[in-house]
Design a protein around this ligand. Structure first.
Ligand code: ATP
Length: 134
């Protein structure tokens, strides 16, 4: 099967590079599945999982927003943060979820709800990716 080369890059450096058969992820416009030969495209990404299918297995990477750039033989994801499932600190993610949930439940005027909600989504995404790792 033809493959497409994928790079996932963050401000701290590259976190994933591989030739894969299919990349699936969630763009703001909906779920995307990209194969080699895809037409060029740029799309903003949601907080979500990137699934990379190759040689009968699927690698998972948790991605915190950013952009997807597609060319026929190359997919580049530029993200604020990204962690392969194997590098997720699950205790840290659960603590972050707990903190965010407490803030969201607090009936206080000084809580930045939008910020707490985003922290909760990041934490839940990491937990989800960790739990679905192969
Ligand atoms: P926390 O509150 O635990 O710091 P956060 O969602 O605020 O979580 P980010 O600002 O998204 O964290 O990320 C900061 C850096 O920490 C990034 O480099 C990210 O890859 C890394 N990171 C965050 N949470 C985890 C985790 N659970 N496991 C591994 N790396 C993580």
């Amino acid at each position: 099967m033809k493959t497409v080369n994928v790079n996932i890059v963050t401000p701290d450096g590259p976190v994933y590079e591989s030739a894969v058969e299919m990349v699936s992820t969630k763009a703001q416009s909906g779920e995307l599945g990209i194969l080699a030969g895809h037409i060029p495209m740029v799309a903003p990404l949601e907080i979500g999982a990137v699934r990379l299918k190759k040689e009968g297995r699927t690698d998972l990477v948790a991605v915190t927003g950013g952009f997807l750039e597609v060319r026929p033989e190359q997919v580049t994801i530029l993200a604020q943060a990204a962690e392969p499932a194997t590098e997720i600190d699950i205790d840290r993610a659960k603590e972050a979820r707990q903190r965010a949930e407490s803030l969201l439940q607090a009936k206080q005027d000084n809580v930045d709800f939008k910020r707490a909600e985003l922290a909760l989504r990041r934490a839940m995404n990491r937990i989800d990716v960790y739990e679905n790792r192969m």
